[in-house]
Ligand binder design. Structure first.
Ligand SMILES: Cc1cc2nc3c(=O)[nH]c(=O)nc-3n(C[C@H](O)[C@H](O)[C@H](O)COP(=O)(O)OP(=O)(O)OC[C@H]3O[C@@H](n4cnc5c(N)ncnc54)[C@H](O)[C@@H]3O)c2cc1C
Ligand code: FES
Length: 280
């Protein structure tokens, strides 16, 4: 077995600045060694440790979909030491990726269901991976209706704006994009917080599974909306972002009760979380 602490060497192929405040960038990496892309076989919902030489490693959700070949991408918010170094790197620079790590969204269980995706802020990354995966012609028939509620504080803080516009035009996905506030007279989507828009736009929990990713405050207020709509806790799927170090269940940095968020998670059902200590 390969050493799980050794990153795969990758080259930064492309960097896209996503938001007007320039704090969110998407990094597209290509593997340097033949065969490493196949070894890094991942499923939407998983994450990886991005390794910047001499600076450290950070856990980041995988934003690309396994249906997109030849690269893997991550969207990174600049908050501290390693993320700032990453933001200062240039296309062509070489670094490392360790993974894929953690579990994924429960794809087998989701087949045949209506899927409700609810995201807020930059936590939309693994949801972008999931949407691309479900819309792939090989996969679209496996899922019934796909509805997405995605919000940011303002229009300039939405991720993947070209893709959002393209999904808006499709008739096999129901998009409900929202911002907390805007003074843009040309804004043509919703204005309001994600939980409120979810309550307005998602009308049925029948045969539906909801995946929710976002800041803790959004999750806190979205959870009761989904429960009121009739989603049972086992059909509400959440992804956690606890502090992590090793990412493979060895260091004990991330545990929640007897679960390691890095290895048993980061994806849990609300039913599972209700049995765990309340600090999630
Ligand atoms: C499974 C998982 C998936 C993630 N996916 C993404 C992603 O797709 N995009 C993204 O931008 N970030 C993601 N994060 C968060 C990311 O790992 C942290 O922002 C990053 O580790 C900060 O590193 P730093 O060295 O720049 O910050 P530091 O210098 O270590 O800290 C800077 C600030 O960030 C806070 N911070 C550090 N780590 C975390 C954390 N894990 N959660 C909350 N606050 C933290 C610190 O308290 C401090 O205020 C994810 C985290 C996990 C566990
Ligand atoms: S990060 Fe080490 S056990 Fe989870």
């Amino acid at each position: 077995m390969d050493n799980p602490y050794l990153p795969y060497p990758v080259r930064i192929e492309r960097i896209v600045t996503e938001t007007e405040d320039r704090n969110l960038k998407t990094f597209r990496f290509v593997f340097l060694n033949e065969g490493d892309e196949e070894k890094f076989a991942y499923t939407p919902g998983q994450f990886a440790e991005l390794s910047v030489a001499g600076k450290g490693e950070i856990p980041i959700g995988i934003a690309s979909s396994p249906t997109e070949k030849g690269f893997v991408s991550f969207t990174v918010n600049k908050v501290g030491v390693v993320t700032t170094h990453l933001h200062n790197m240039k296309e062509g620079d070489v670094m490392g990726i360790r993974g894929p790590l953690g579990n994924c969204y429960p794809w087998e269980r989701m087949e045949g269901s209506n899927i409700v995706i609810i995201g807020g802020g930059f936590a939309f990354t693994t949801l972008r991976s999931s949407i691309i995966y479900m819309l792939d012609p090989e996969n679209r028939d496996k899922f019934k209706d796909i509805s997405v509620v995605y919000g940011a504080r303002g229009p300039g803080l939405l991720l993947y704006r070209d893709e959002l516009a393209a999904w808006e035009k499709r008739d096999d996905i129901n998009m409900h994009i929202t911002v907390d506030r805007t003074e843009d007279p040309d804004w043509k989507y919703n204005v309001g917080f994600v939980p409120a828009v979810t309550e307005q736009k998602i009308t049925s929990a029948e045969n539906a599974i909801a995946i929710v990713c976002g800041p803790p405050i959004m999750i806190k207020f979205t959870q009761p909306v989904l429960e009121k709509l009739g989603f049972p806790p086992e059909n509400i799927i959440l992804s956690l972002e606890n502090r992590m170090k090793c990412g493979i269940g060895m260091c004990g940095r991330c545990n929640l009760g007897d679960q390691f968020v890095c290895k048993d998670g980061p994806v849990f059902t609300l039913a599972q979380l209700k049995t765990m200590p309340p600090e999630y």
